[in-house]
Design a protein around this ligand. Structure first.
Ligand code: FE2
Length: 378
C-alpha cells in the first residue's frame, strides 16, 4: 500500500508501507496512464502514440489518497490515478546489477537425474489443472513427455492443438522420422544424432518441437534431451571468455538439402538479451555453415569454446534419456533444450512423426489459464 508521494516537475517518488521507495518519471507515468482516453477499456490496448505526449510533459501535483496515487500532468492539465499494487508491480527503480548469462525467473536448469516431467494424454485432455501443469513444465524445464496417447498417424497434431498451432515449414505441417532411401535429411536415417537444436538455419527458429512415437521396436533409438541453458551456464563457469565469444559473434547455419530450399541464418550459438539474459541456444553440427563473422585473432579461441560447449553437451552426466513407446511423445523448447537419439538398426522399426509449433502460443495459453485459474496446478 502507498504511504505518501513527493514530486518535482519530472519525477514522482512514492513510498510504500513496507518502507520501499520508488521513483517514476513524468513521461513514463503519462505514457502508462490507465484512463479510458489512454487505454481502450475493452482490449487494454494503448490509444495514444509517443508523439501525442507533449515533449515538455511535467508533473504539477502528486498525492496519495485511499492508497492510490493521483498525478496531474502539465501542459495537458490531465489528472490520472494509479493503484498502489499496479505501481508496485511495475516499479523499474531497482538495482540493475544483473549477471550476464543468467536465466529468466521461472526457469530451472537441470542435468541427468531429474525425473522427466510427464503427463498422461487422457488426463491433460480432461483436466485443465493437469494441462496447466504440463504446460508449466515446458515453460520451467524446456521439455515434457506426454504418455498414453493414440498410436494413429497425425496424433502429434492433437498435441499442438492443446496449446496453439502447428508451424508449417518446407518439411510440411509435420514430417516422418524414419529410415528412408535417399534421405533429404540425416534425421531420416538410422544414424545416431548428436544432441542438437532443430533448424538453426531458420530465423526465427521453430521454438517448439513435438516428436511423437508410432513404432519403436528397433534396437536403440532412445531419445536424449540436454538442457542447453545448463550447458551454457557450465561453459560460463569454466570459460567465461569462451562463453562471451559464442555469445558475442554470429555463427552461420545453412540447409539446402532439398530442391527449391536454401535456408540461411547468421545468429549466435548462445543468444543473450541486450541486458544479458540467456534467451537461446543454437547447436547443430549437421547444419553449421562456415563461420565468417569471428575476427581472425579470435577464431581459434572461438573454436576452443565451441569444442568445450560440445563436450559439455555430450557429457553423459548432462542428458536425460528415455525410449518412447508407441503413443508417447515429448515436446521440447527448441530455443533451449537439445535433443539427440541413439542410432538404431536390426529387426523391428522406428517411426516417429515430428512437427513444430511456437512457444509464444504455449506461454500465452499457460498465462491465460493462470489468470483464470489462480490456484496452483497439481
Ligand atoms: Fe532434431
Amino acid at each position: 500500500m502507498l504511504r505518501f508521494a513527493t514530486h518535482d516537475a519530472s519525477v514522482v517518488t512514492v513510498e510504500f508501507d513496507t518502507g520501499t521507495k520508488a521513483r517514476f518519471h513524468a513521461i513514463w507515468l503519462r505514457d502508462n496512464a490507465l484512463d479510458s482516453e489512454t487505454r481502450s477499456p475493452g482490449n487494454g490496448q494503448r490509444l495514444i502514440t509517443i508523439g501525442d505526449i507533449p515533449s515538455d510533459i511535467s508533473v504539477s501535483a502528486a498525492e496519495v489518497s485511499n492508497g492510490e496515487l493521483t498525478v496531474t500532468f502539465q501542459p495537458e492539465g490531465k489528472t490520472v490515478t494509479f493503484p498502489s499494487d499496479w505501481l508496485a508491480e511495475h516499479s523499474y527503480d531497482r538495482d540493475r546489477s544483473l549477471p550476464t548469462g543468467r536465466t529468466a525467473p521461472g526457469i530451472t536448469t537441470w542435468e541427468r537425474g531429474i525425473d522427466a516431467p510427464s503427463a498422461d494424454w487422457n488426463t491433460v485432455h480432461a483436466n485443465p489443472a493437469a494441462k496447466r501443469g504440463w504446460l508449466a513444465a515446458v515453460a520451467e524445464y524446456g521439455f515434457a513427455k506426454l504418455t498414453g496417447g493414440p498410436t494413429e498417424p497425425e496424433s502429434l497434431l492433437k498435441v499442438a492443438d492443446l496449446f496453439g498451432y502447428v508451424r508449417q515449414t518446407n518439411y510440411g505441417p509435420y514430417f516422418e522420422v524414419r529410415t528412408e532411401v535417399n534421405p533429404t535429411n540425416l534425421a531420416y536415417t538410422g544414424l545416431g544424432l548428436q544432441a542438437h537444436t532443430d533448424n538453426p538455419y531458420r530465423d526465427p527458429v521453430p521454438t517448439l518441437q513435438i516428436l511423437y512415437c508410432l513404432e519403436n521396436s528397433a534396437e536403440g533409438g532412445d531419445s536424449i534431451v540436454v538442457d542447453g541453458f545448463r550447458a551454457a551456464e557450465k561453459l560460463r563457469e569454466q570459460n567465461s571468455e569462451g562463453f562471451a565469444l559464442l555469445a558475442g559473434y554470429p555463427a552461420r547455419f545453412e540447409y539446402k538439402g532439398s530442391d527449391g530450399v536454401c535456408l540461411r541464418s547468421r545468429r549466435p550459438m548462445i543468444e543473450l538479451s541486450p541486458d544479458g539474459e540467456l534467451i537461446g541456444i543454437r547447436f547443430n553440427n549437421r547444419s553449421s555453415a562456415p563461420f565468417v563473422d569471428v575476427p581472425f585473432d579470435q577464431m581459434e579461441a572461438y573454436y576452443a569454446a565451441y569444442r568445450q560447449l560440445g563436450e559439455i553437451i555430450d557429457d553423459p552426466a548432462m542428458g536425460v534419456s528415455f525410449k518412447l513407446e508407441p503413443g508417447e511423445s515429448f515436446i521440447v523448447d527448441n530455443t533451449r533444450v537439445l535433443h539427440a537419439r541413439l542410432g538404431y538398426s536390426g529387426a523391428g522399426s522406428r517411426w516417429l512423426q515430428g512437427c513444430y509449433a511456437d512457444k509464444d502460443g504455449l506461454l500465452s495459453t499457460l498465462a491465460a489459464m493462470e489468470m483464470t485459474q489462480p490456484e496452483a496446478a497439481e
